[in-house]
Design a protein around this ligand. Structure first.
Ligand code: GTP
Ligand code: MG
Length: 194
């Protein structure tokens, strides 16, 4: 897809603020610092649209981006951010849970997992929770440029094993540096928008 228009609609903290234009929504979930906001910027080739940071905990609201007036990306706060207070983490958790359970517009969910590490407890819980509610996510292994080809292969196998995926081919390796995975991700998006 050629992105000709990309704009922030709203940074929402509550349901009442969600956009009401009824566009399909493509949701980014994952641990803090895994690369969700960077993923959005890489796909749409706009460096600074979604704010990113080398410090975890950058995105603290649900950010809706309208793309080509055709769909929204919903960039979520990361889970598992240790430095946030318990109250804050619970607040974000509830906000994300409410969105996922009530928002019928959510058409495709990407769950991002750092390809350098084993999926964390939080990653596993999130994945199982999504599957339980029938919201089967596509799994993205991020920061693939930071590991060797051999370790990339090991990484997808490890993620697939730990999450009990049917096949390691279900894991899409991604890199904002080399653009690995970008085309495959767009194919998935275009498929659900048909
Ligand atoms: P929160 O908003 O805190 O939940 O984090 P996030 O998941 O949105 O992460 P963000 O996109 O802000 O990226 C975190 C850091 O990882 C930034 O320094 C990015 O530049 C870096 N990063 C993200 N993706 C990649 C990648 O594919 N390769 C490399 N080398 N760095 C990446
Ligand atoms: Mg972010």
């Amino acid at each position: 897809m050629k992105v000709t228009k990309a704009e922030i609609v709203i940074s929402a903290v509550a349901e009442a603020q969600y956009p009401d234009d009824n566009l399909p929504e493509i949701v980014l979930l994952g641990r803090s610092n895994v690369g969700k906001s960077t993923f959005v910027n890489t796909l749409i080739e706009r460096r600074g649209l979604a704010r990113t940071s080398s410090q975890p905990g950058k995105t603290q609201t649900m950010n809706f981006y309208r793309i080509n007036d055709q769909f929204h990306f919903v960039d979520m706060p990361g889970y598992g951010y240790a430095k946030a207070s318990k109250t804050e983490r619970e607040k974000w958790g509830k906000m994300i849970e409410k969105y996922l359970r009530n928002r019928n517009n959510a058409t495709l969910i990407f769950q991002l997992i750092d390809s350098r590490h084993e999926p964390s407890e939080d990653d596993i819980l999130m994945y199982e929770w999504l599957v339980h509610y029938g919201l089967n996510p596509l799994i993205i292994g991020t920061k693939a440029d930071k590991i060797s080809k051999i370790n990339q292969k090991k990484s997808v196998n490890r993620i697939a094993n730990i999450l009990n995926l049917r096949s390691a081919q279900e894991v899409i390796l991604f890199s904002s540096e080399t653009k690995l995975g970008k085309e495959v991700v767009w194919e998935h998006i275009e498929n659900v928008l048909k």
